[in-house]
Each structure stands twice: as C-alpha cells, then as structure tokens.
Design a protein around this ligand. Sequence first.
Ligand code: AMP
Length: 419
Amino acid sequence: MIQKPKGTYDLLPEETIKYRALENHLIKLLENYGYEEIRTPIFEHSNVFHRESELSDMVVKETYNFLDKANRSLTLRPEGTAGVIRSYIENKLYANRGITKLFYLGPNFRYERPQKGRYRQFYQFGVEAIGAKSASLDAEIIALSYKIITSLNLKQVKVKINSLGDIASRTEYKKILTNYFLPYKEKLCPDCQNRITQNPIRILDCKIDQGQTFVKNAPRPLEYLTPEALAYFNDVLGYLDSMDIIYEIDDRLVRGLDYYGHTVFEVEAHIKGFGAQNILGGGGHYESLVSELGGPEISGVGVAFGMERLMQAIDAEKIVIAKEQRPDFYLLYFDETTKKAALSLLIELRDLGFKGDIDHLERSFKNQLKQAINYNPKYLIIIGEDELKEDYYTVKDVSTEQQEKLTYEQLIKKLGAVK
Ligand code: AMP
C-alpha cells in the first residue's frame, strides 16, 4: 500500500467541511476589514526566500529546493509573505494605491520534524498591509489578529508584543549580543557557534539552545532601541490601548524570520492541553523586505496563522462553526420506469438549487430506504406506478413522519419553504 509522505495528512470530507467553514468565517472577517485575496504560486525562484540577509533555520534548513528541467533553482514556499511581496513588486501594486491590504490562504512546505501540530505541508492564512511605516497600521494588524481569534470564541486571548527596533537599534543590539555570546561559544550548537558573529539574534530562538540559562538571560532588544524606535513602539502600544487590545510586552520575543524590524507579536489563547502550542499566529513589521526583493523602500506589516492549529484549538474547545447542512431530499423508486422518472426529477430539482440524491444500484425499496436514512434528507420523495399514472409525488417529511401527495408545483413550494 502506498502511504502519504511523512509530515502530510489527508483531509477527508468530514474534516474538510469544517475547514471550509473556518475559511469562510475568516474570509468574511478579512473582507470586512478591507483585505483582498491574493493567490501566488506555491513555488517561487529560490532567491525569493534564500536572500543574503535571511539566515533563519526555516529558510536555510527546512525549505524544499529543487532544480527544474531547465536547471532553474526553485523552492516550495515555506511561508506566505515573501511570495506576496514578490507579486506586489512585479505587479506594481504600489503604483497608485496608498496601503495595499492583502490576505492569502494556502499550503506551505517546511522540512521539519513532524509532531503534533507540526507538518511538512501545512496551511496558513495571513494578511499583509504594505505601503507605510505607521504605528497605527501595526496596531490595526494586531487588533485584527486579536479579533480573528476572539471571533472564533476562543478564550483568554492575549497578544505578546516586542520591538526589534530600526536598523540602527538592531546593529547595536547584534554587536552587544555577539560580545555576550562569545564567552559561551563552546556551549552552543555548531550552527549557533557560526551565528555568534553572523546573526546572533537567531540564537535566541534556536530550537536546540533556546532553553539554556545563558541564552534566556541574554540582553533584550528593548534595551537597545534608539529614541526614535522606542517612540514608535510606544505609539503602537498607545494605539493598542485605545482599541482595548489586551497585550503583554514580551521582551524576549524575536520571531523566527530575519526580515522583521520594529514591531513583532504573537497571538495566543488558552486551550486545554495545548501547552506551547497555544501560539496560534504571529507576525510583525518589515522595513527592508520590499526593497530586498527589488521593490521601492516601502514598509509592510503582516501576520500568519496556522490553519491546522486553529482547527485543533476550535475542536479542543468544542466550538462548532460548520452549520449542519441537511440535504433537501432523497428520491425512491421501484423499477426501471419509475427510476427514469425519478432521475428526470432529480436533475430538475438540482437545477433549481435543491440538494438531493438517488440510489444508482437498483437496490430493493427497503434498501433504498436504508440509504436514505443514512443520507439524512429533510424529505423523502417516492415515485411509484400510481404516482406516475396520476401525476403526483408522495412526499414524506422525515422529521414529522407526515406523508402527503403533492403536485410538482406543490413539491417545489414545499422544498423552497424549508431552504
Ligand atoms: P511562522 O510562519 O513560523 O511564524 O508560523 C506562524 C504559524 O503557522 C504558527 O503559529 C503555526 O500556527 C503555523 N505553523 C508554522 N509551522 C508549522 C508547521 N510545520 N506545521 C503546522 N503549522 C505550522
């Protein structure tokens, strides 16, 4: 038997319905906030993700890279932002609009060690507001992220927020970190030993080293913000206060990608048994990503949520968003002639927008009835010899068990009345 690749999963119909309901819920909310959907390819030229300044584990170690038949280097997207920005630049979306507000939803690929809530193909939805360096825009994205989680009725929703400052703040902070980590070099994993001089911020969220006490006690970015960066951070917090968003400053939060500057944040909810998996999404502000990918000097801010984790959270909290959609009818017949009449009615009713089905295996009436019960329709429509001869349908309301003889017009009215 051929099995699915490690770290992937199948969504069977019962689960897919729930995902679709979740997607519809999110799309409605995002559209209310003025975000429009963008769909970009799931693979991009490798240099969209593999940029000189991007040394995160996710990009360096976890991407699926391959050469196509023309020897082009391509990468399956490990995250949504870089591809969206590539498209934003290529399509010059910055040309005549102030702030471009986009959302996306689709699969990402990371070669990670699969575990509960961690897959190699997983779905993310995210939003990007591109076009301004604005504390109120950062706050709006955070407020939207908060709203996304509270709108699902998840409880004890909290935002954790930090600032990595502007380029000057980060340059100074990196210097301080390098000097701090040098004496501990031997205690760090081989990757982090290289990071000391190259990119010491990444040591703070290294999966191997982040638990070590000296890593936990490392200097914090907030201590090295320039006065301008600190003022910007305070503005973001002020806007959050004015919108009644509950947040907590987490001075150790750095997020796992190198393109962030200024505001970084995560959103969590209290979910039974979730532990550290209660972080449902995260994002932040990026100052140089657009220019690094060949666009103008434009800032953006974004957030991404893992769909699987959101769904697991909703399930764990027994929250139901998929409304039960009972089919309208099931058709029952007796022989070849009544089957043909039933098939013709089936097509007509479907054309009118009613949902229903029929048994194609020419089972006995009793077995058709069994099928019908499994299908759980609102009405059973029976077509027998008498019905054909006298031009009516026998219609049984499954909930009340009441049965009546109806003309075609009466049948349509009946089905319409319950839609
Ligand atoms: P990141 O893009 O790493 O900042 O992650 C944002 C969100 O995506 C996380 O909070 C998770 O919900 C989700 N996520 C990231 N990586 C995975 C993965 N390998 N499998 C499932 N969900 C993931």
